[in-house]
Design a protein around this ligand. Structure first.
Ligand code: SF4
Ligand code: F3S
Ligand code: FES
Length: 252
């Protein structure tokens, strides 16, 4: 059954803007993105929103609903009480291009700084062999849809613009953790790149104090903190301290 609900949508650019109130029709089974589309079709034809799949898979409709970072296309209207006003704002951590659309190029820059998988030089493609357990371990991280909700939520950059240069964020630290676990990655053997040291020294792993907010907002339910960041931190500690004797290792 259709009903009317109040929405408060942030309109503007990085230079400035304000909330605008709308009353919009909501139908059974709809998600917040449907409401945004109805707004575009009626009262606000110039409202900017980025979306593509409407199936929680392209990662482009990230925004904040009542202050909580979510995908607009996966936020069911039935979870938001009809008598309340629903606030929709763009992601807070990135510069706003217009209305609900952010400039997420910070994430692409960080992605480029992570050295890609280095194939072993003594094997031809087709000769790679891995244990199933190693495949499964990294499979979880490869579910990432690059929505950047985790990057948007982590307080290290959300509240501290100045940390952006030194901190790559949970999505890319998870990528390094995945490569560090990869039994065939030859970055160290071929190029002398220690992924653990790189995570700590170049990508700011030490800034993460395990608040787990990234994990909480991940629409793919990836256990970013427990399965990627904490194990990576533990391996970084092993670089410096001998776990058998709890003593500092000699400098290499
Ligand atoms: Fe989005 Fe999760 Fe990937 Fe982060 S790890 S970008 S929250 S899918
Ligand atoms: Fe940030 Fe996630 Fe660590 S929210 S502090 S990267 S556990
Ligand atoms: Fe693709 Fe929402 S539109 S994830």
């Amino acid at each position: 059954m259709a009903y009317q609900q109040n929405f408060r949508v942030w309109r503007g650019t990085d230079e400035g803007g304000d909330f605008v109130d709308y009353e919009v029709e909501v139908n059974e089974g709809e998600v917040v993105l449907d409401v945004v589309h109805r707004l575009q079709a009626t009262e606000a034809p110039d409202l900017a929103v980025r979306w593509n799949c409407k199936a929680g898979k392209c990662g482009s409709c990230s925004a904040e609903i009542n202050g909580r970072p979510r995908l607009l296309c996966m936020a069911r209207m039935s979870t938001l009480p009809p008598e309340t006003t629903v606030t929709i704002t763009p992601m807070r951590t990135f510069p706003v291009i217009r209305d609900l659309v952010c400039d997420v190029s910070f994430n692409y820059e960080k992605a480029r700084e992570v050295r890609a998988f280095v194939p072993p030089s003594d094997l031809e493609p087709g000769e790679y062999r891995m244990q199933q357990v190693d495949v499964e371990r990294s499979q979880e991280f490869r579910k990432c849809i690059e929505c950047f909700l985790c990057q948007n939520t982590c307080h290290v950059v959300r509240d501290h613009e100045e940390n952006k240069a030194a901190f790559s964020g949970p999505r890319y630290l998870m990528r390094i953790a995945e490569l560090d676990m990869h039994p065939l990655d030859a970055a160290e053997a071929e190029e002398g790149l220690d992924r653990k040291a790189s995570a700590q020294d170049e990508h700011g792993l030490g800034y993460c104090n395990i608040t787990k907010c990234c994990t909480e907002v991940c629409p793919e339910n990836i256990k970013i903190t427990d399965n990627a960041l904490i194990p990576l931190k533990e391996r970084v500690v092993d670089l410096k301290f001998d776990p058998m004797f709890i003593r500092r290792r000699k400098k290499r």
